[in-house]
Design a protein around this ligand. Structure first.
Ligand code: M6P
Ligand code: ZN
Length: 187
């Protein structure tokens, strides 16, 4: 029987994906107006400062029922004011779709918010596995001094609803308070 080498490879230590069909997106400080509480602090930073990078392996067309996507996100260490570098965060367009995040390296926090706007967070450390239920917005912050890398697996028909977060934000922010992460409710 013939064997085929898989077309995708992932470093288990860094999460770096290589192979064919990998989509990449970088989010820099200039791409993230309005994301952080301290917008003047963001605007003063070098616009090309990298905040995070996503690599995604999407073997079936967007929206395919039953399909699964795989991705690695690397968030740089850093803060805007006293808020940690973080992802934009999203609900899923098909709101009941769930997702797994697995931390590979670094230290971080998974911030979750349900449809009643109740927020909570889970610490991310290498090997921690996080089940994100449907109807739950999710965002990750890097709370450490090294890049934070995590894997994600999500349904191909989940989609990203960024609008709800762009309009209303999360109800709480993960801030560095006395040198430690604290989830602080928005006023
Ligand atoms: C994970 C997955 C992706 C998501 C990425 C960055 O890899 O959830 O679907 O795009 O994190 O998060 P966001 O899109 O919220 O910036
Ligand atoms: Zn998601």
């Amino acid at each position: 029987m013939e064997t085929h080498a898989p077309s995708l490879h992932m470093s288990l230590s860094t999460g770096f994906l290589s192979g064919s069909g990998i989509e990449e997106v970088s989010r820099k400080i200039a791409d993230l107006p309005g994301l952080f509480a301290d917008e003047p602090a963001r605007a003063r930073m070098a616009p090309d400062t990298l905040v995070y990078r996503v690599q995604a392996f999407q073997p079936v067309p967007d929206g395919t029922p039953g399909g699964l996507y795989w991705g690695t996100t690397v968030i740089q260490p850093g803060q805007v004011g006293d808020e940690y570098f973080m992802t934009k965060g999203h609900f899923h367009k098909l709101a009941d779709r769930s997702e797994y995040y697995i931390a590979a390296s670094g230290e971080g926090a998974l911030i979750l918010m349900d449809t009643e706007r109740r927020a909570r967070w889970e610490p991310m450390t290498p090997g921690s596995v996080h089940y994100i239920p449907g109807h739950t917005a999710h965002r990750v912050a890097n709370t450490g001094r090294e890049p934070l890398s995590f894997f994600a697996c999500w349904p191909a028909d989940a989609g990203h609803d960024y609008d709800t977060i762009a309009r209303h934000g999360f109800s709480a922010r993960l801030l560095c308070v006395d040198g430690r992460p604290a989830l602080v409710e928005e006023k």
